[in-house]
Design a protein around this ligand. Structure first.
Ligand SMILES: Cc1cc2nc3c(=O)[nH]c(=O)nc-3n(C[C@H](O)[C@H](O)[C@H](O)COP(=O)(O)OP(=O)(O)OC[C@H]3O[C@@H](n4cnc5c(N)ncnc54)[C@H](O)[C@@H]3O)c2cc1C
Length: 428
């Protein structure tokens, strides 16, 4: 998007080599329309498998219900597309000039230099980033897309506090961890054994353990592969003061880097589960997955209140998902394209508008993801009723109304030629 807006940029990435976890990612019309606008849709469509329905069942095979999603194309212009993350990363990398991505650059420090009209300071109006290899980079704006444990966020908060800005307490509270999970993408499988692979559409299967301590998600991908995810519940005590919160943050950070042994432990818990596709076990599916693409990850979420300072802004993960990160980018790049100047006044005004435009939608996404998670992991009479209603008895009109609300806005960049809205339910 920055390329399309004619804005020069450099990407600093802490990893030494590119890598994406072996799991699937799903995109709906909400972002596919802008991906089409910037010329990515055809490639995404090639690596994606179109999605048609989700079946939710219990470990003993009893089906709780089905949700269909095939209507998305007619209503919103695109089927949902499910793809393997490494395939998506390859496409994204092919679109960024290699010299713009600097690897092995772990950002440690962020320093904003105030604007000066007397020309006395050559760094005035810039932000300096210091990396762990002692290299430094300057720009008019820093966009922190460095994930849930953003170093840019931490430094920005320190800088704001040093200037006397009060950061809300909730911004320092630890992430909420409800689940840890192990993910993998199988090698190409025999469709005669895994009959589901013969179907042209991707049909999700979610299997819930009898005591709701685990759920298993299966998603057929292109090239006869199956992406699987084992979701295990976990509980994080919520810290009540700043010191506890900091300790918790550090513990969460350590836990988020769990290695292959932890992954194996979780896999072993569910090896005996029946795989809904062929009567074999989940263990067989795990054995058909190259070890190096099995990863353990934590599913965290949190809504931050403070999004920017004068020349530093955050984009992407606080748990809102990749879709929300892309929507962040659409709004931010649109505003940057219209900037009258690179003065701190104009940039910070645009950053404020960015937060105002995105805040409510991002907050709803965090809430929705929490509620969705609870449906798959909480036991009890009330939750059984809610599950039965959501997946089986919800009237069609209500289901479509809910879906229309989620897909209501499918924004595109205002400075590029528009992509027609092909859905029967028009984007707002
Ligand atoms: C199993 C799983 C399935 C998911 N499925 C979906 C889905 O279907 N749809 C969806 O919308 N979302 C999904 N999500 C969520 C989605 O993956 C994240 O929301 C998204 O990756 C966030 O992107 P990000 O760029 O903000 O952060 P990240 O993807 O975390 O990227 C941050 C980058 O910054 C780098 N970095 C970190 N610190 C520094 C530093 N100090 N200096 C330099 N570089 C640094 C990291 O190495 C990394 O490359 C899923 C997540 C998981 C775990």
């Amino acid at each position: 998007m920055l390329d399309r807006a004619g804005i020069d940029y450099t990407i600093l990435e802490k990893r030494k080599t590119h890598s994406a976890i072996g799991s699937a990612i799903a995109f709906s019309a909400v972002v596919l329309r802008v991906l089409e606008q910037i010329g990515l849709y055809d490639d995404v469509h090639k690596i994606g498998k179109e999605f048609s329905q989700t079946t939710i069942s219990m470990q003993d095979g009893k089906v709780i219900g089905k949700l269909d999603g095939e209507f998305a194309k007619e209503r919103y212009g695109y089927y949902n597309e499910i793809m393997a993350r490494p395939d998506l990363m390859e496409i994204l990398l092919s679109r960024v000039a290699p010299h713009k991505i600097l690897m092995g650059k772990k950002v440690l420090k962020v320093t904003e230099h105030p604007d000066r009209e007397d020309g006395e300071d050559e760094l005035a109006g810039l932000v300096t980033l210091l990396c762990s290899d002692q290299s430094q980079y300057q720009g008019n704006l820093v966009i922190g897309c460095d994930g849930a444990y953003s170093a840019v966020r931490q430094r920005m908060y320190q800088n704001l506090e040093a200037k006397g800005v009060r950061i809300p307490k909730s911004d320092f509270a630890p992430f909420r961890f409800d689940q840890h999970c192990v993910v993998g993408v199988s090698k190409p499988l025999n469709p005669e054994t895994y009959q589901i692979l013969k179907k042209p559409f991707c049909e999700f299967d979610v299997v819930l353990a009898e005591d709701f301590s685990y759920s298993i998600w299966l998603m057929p991908l292109n090239n006869n592969r199956i992406s699987w995810m084992i979701n295990g519940k976990m509980f994080t005590p919520q810290a009540t003061n700043k010191k506890d919160a900091k300790n918790q943050l550090e513990e969460n950070f350590k836990a988020s880097e769990w290695g292959p042994e932890a992954a194996e432990e979780l896999c072993n818990e569910v090896r005996g589960f029946e795989c809904p596709y062929n009567g074999g076990t989940i263990g067989e599916l795990i054995d058909n997955t190259p070890k190096e693409v099995i990863s353990k990850v934590m599913l965290e979420d949190k809504m931050f209140e403070t999004w920017h300072s004068d020349r530093v802004v955050l984009l992407g993960d606080g748990g809102q998902g990749a879709t929300q990160a892309i929507l962040d980018a659409v709004v931010l790049v649109d505003l940057l394209h219209e900037l009258p100047s690179t003065s701190a006044k104009d940039i910070s005004k645009a950053l404020k508008q960015y937060r105002d435009k995105r805040y409510e939608t991002a907050k709803s996404a965090v809430t929705a993801s929490r509620q969705g998670g609870a449906l798959f992991s909480t036991k009890g009479f009330f939750m059984d009723l809610l599950r039965a209603f959501t997946f089986k008895f919800m009237p069609r009109w209500l289901y479509l109304m809910t879906s229309d609300r989620i897909q209501a806005s499918r924004p595109i960049l205002s400075f590029l030629p528009a992509v027609p809205d092909r859905g029967s339910v028009k984007s707002i």
